[in-house]
Design a protein around this ligand. Structure first.
Ligand code: AMP
Length: 542
């Protein structure tokens, strides 16, 4: 027997309709790419999204077409997402930090028909547009006054293009399982893989994110999504904030410590989300220039392991709660968030930090397990590592065009490629990518644990650990360190600082100092490049 409740498809347009109806004047503030601060609200965002939808139709874009965006977080990018999804087309976020050839490859794989591009990236697009034959129109996210000379055929300024359509338009209706967005994830090997979100997965993911023990935000929050919309579905925040009518503050092109600090203060931001490197830049700015964060209540830190010292400084020096989170592009992207369950509510000091250093527990909607290489489940004892596998309604069941099928099993488990342990209360701790874990004498050493400890040293700006071949132990850890500006710590000082914080046999065999550590387009340490860089390095123990 079927239930007798209404079929109300979970479509992205419902989110902006809700925000516009019930939180019409809630502000959406952006640092525009042109420079000045721009202010709008959810009613206006919806109105302009309707015009985008109508204008896209006039352009010949139909259900299922891919429409690319190469843009910073601004009101324009936000309204484009709603305009595109409002007619059942698919937003395709491009990461401008990739190489031009990679971007062209991705655009051809997705067969993008139209591109919305910020001024910043126009020179990049000029290099690659002719390599993407499917691309028929380029809309530059600016007005006529700021439109530069360009060699691009078919390039028009956004505001003029948009002025050709009015708001008299109704969202299209279709099944909630229809694709809404595509985001490519670049693994360390092989071609990038497309992750295809549906309207349903986006809405369910946002409802998951809104649980009190997840992001726990409300209409009273002013949210600063520093994580770009092109990184892992923008961590869902483009849907999460309007779903509850929270204010949005968009950072545009500037994510350095001073610019982020200025927005946090002037816009009274209460909640923000970014990768650890962004927060390190902010904390370094605060230490150098002074300042406080009276409005900021919570920050979500994820995308890479959050160093303990970041959590500690935010909480102790600035009174800001840190929620360490883990996720993946393939998971929309939230997997776990570290909020405190009653079992740990009495902890304080270092013992609490031990828990806060974990990536936390999954909200309703994510299931997880750790297994050995044969797929046998490992115990939840907070120590036994295994391959981390996940499933749920906002987890991918396949990549675009069916590639990478070996990562999904018949029971719906997706092999994340991460190595982790889970404690008896369901707190997950990522210990490595399966490709980065250091295998020493048949045992595993977590490179992430060592990096977290090393960045706690007051003279260390960034640290990375890689395994180098060793005649006796197979692999041994090398610690690569970027010293803080004007500091020159020694190997002995750093090793002495780490001693006692990890098992003796985990201690790095050597420390190398570099000016810079290579990063991927999403800000993660590029271990493959680092391993190449140190391929001829000889450990003193070898
Ligand atoms: P992406 O799809 O680009 O967001 O990358 C996802 C990967 O980033 C995960 O599989 C992890 O390896 C890593 N990652 C994300 N969040 C964390 C975290 N909090 N701690 C450690 N690794 C993380």
């Amino acid at each position: 027997m079927q239930g007798l409740m209404q079929d109300w498809p979970l479509l992205c347009s419902k989110v902006i309709d809700h925000a516009s109806a019930y939180h019409p004047r809630r502000e959406v503030v952006s640092r525009s790419v042109e420079g000045p601060i721009h202010r709008t609200n959810y009613r206006e965002v919806r109105g302009r999204a309707l015009r985008i939808a109508k204008r896209l139709e006039a352009e010949g874009i139909v259900l299922g077409d891919r429409v690319a965006t190469m843009a910073w977080n601004t009101w324009r990018h936000l309204e484009c997402w709603y305009g595109i999804t409002g007619i059942g087309a698919i937003y395709h976020t491009l990461n401008p930090r990739l190489f031009p050839e990679q971007i062209a490859w991705i655009m051809n794989d997705a067969e993008d028909r139209l591109l919305f591009v910020d001024l910043t990236f126009l020179p990049l697009v000029e290099k690659l547009a002719t390599q993407v034959p499917s691309l028929k129109r380029i809309v530059v996210l600016t007005d006529a006054a700021h439109m530069p000379q360009t060699s691009l055929a078919g390039a028009v300024p956004y505001e003029e293009w948009l002025a050709e359509a009015d708001e008299d338009f109704a969202w299209k209706s279709f099944e909630e399982t229809t694709a809404a967005g595509i985001c490519y994830t670049s693994g360390t090997t092989g071609n990038p893989k497309g992750v295809l979100y549906s309207h349903r997965s986006n809405l369910l993911h946002s409802m998951m994110a809104l649980q009190a023990d997840a992001m726990g935000v409300s209409s009273r929050d002013r949210i600063l999504p520093i994580v770009p919309l092109f990184h892992a579905n923008g961590w869902g925040l483009a849907f999460t904030a309007p779903m509850i009518g929270a204010g949005l503050v968009m950072p545009g092109a500037r994510m350095d410590g001073a610019s982020v600090y200025e927005l946090l203060r002037s816009e009274k931001v209460t909640f923000s989300a970014a990768v650890p490197t962004v927060w390190l830049m902010l904390l370094q700015h605060l230490e150098k220039e002074g300042g406080d964060l009276p409005d900021l209540e919570k920050v979500v830190i994820g995308g890479a392991a959050c160093p303990r010292v970041v959590t500690q400084k935010f909480q102790d020096n600035y009174g800001v709660k840190v929620i360490h989170a883990w996720g993946m592009t393939e998971m929309s992207p939230l997997g776990t968030l570290c909020t405190i369950k009653p079992e740990y509510a009495d902890l304080t000091g270092e013992a609490l930090l031990d828990i806060e250093e974990t990536q936390g527990h999954p909200p309703f909607g994510v299931e997880m397990k750790v297994t050995d290489d044969e797929g046998v489940e490992r115990p939840w004892d907070g120590a036994t590592f295994g391959r981390l596998k996940v499933r749920g309604p906002s987890v991918a069941k396949s990549y675009y065009k069916g590639i990478g099928a070996e990562m999904f099993d018949a029971e719906g488990w997706f092999d994340t490629g991460d190595v982790a342990h889970i404690d008896p209360h369901g707190y997950l701790q990522i210990t490595d990518r399966s490709k980065d874990v250091i295998k020493s004498g048949g045992e595993w050493i977590s490179s992430i644990d060592l990096e977290n400890i090393a960045v706690g040293h007051p003279d260390v700006a960034e640290a990375a650990v890689i395994g180098l071949a060793h005649p006796k132990w197979d692999e041994r850890p090398l610690l690569v360190v970027v010293p803080k500006e004007g500091r020159s710590p020694t190997k002995a000082e750093i090793l002495a600082f780490m001693e006692g914080k990890v098992a003796k046999w985990w201690m790095p065999d050597d420390v190398a100092f570099v000016e810079e550590i290579p990063h991927t387009a999403t800000g993660k340490i590029k271990k493959t490049t680092l391993r190449e860089q140190f391929a001829d390095f000889r450990l003193p123990t070898a």
